[in-house]
Design a protein. Structure first.
Length: 61
């Protein structure tokens, strides 16, 4: 396990990992596969990232 993940809650680490993966896949699709970057995609990714931020703020106690 990477040192940065030690001591963190599993749910927080999973949320960060999945949001990074989602963001990277959308970017790869847009940059290399010429997929359209629609408002729905941008909004969805922003909501996922916002959810991770909220989880991190709530889990920081």
């Amino acid at each position: 396990m990477p040192a940065i993940a030690r001591g963190l809650q599993v749910g927080i680490v999973y949320a960060v990992w999945s949001s990074l993966g989602t963001t990277l896949i959308v970017l790869v699709g847009a940059l290399f596969l010429n997929e359209p970057l629609t408002l729905a995609k941008v909004t969805g990714v922003a909501l996922v990232i916002a959810g991770v931020v909220i989880l991190n703020l709530g889990g920081a106690h």
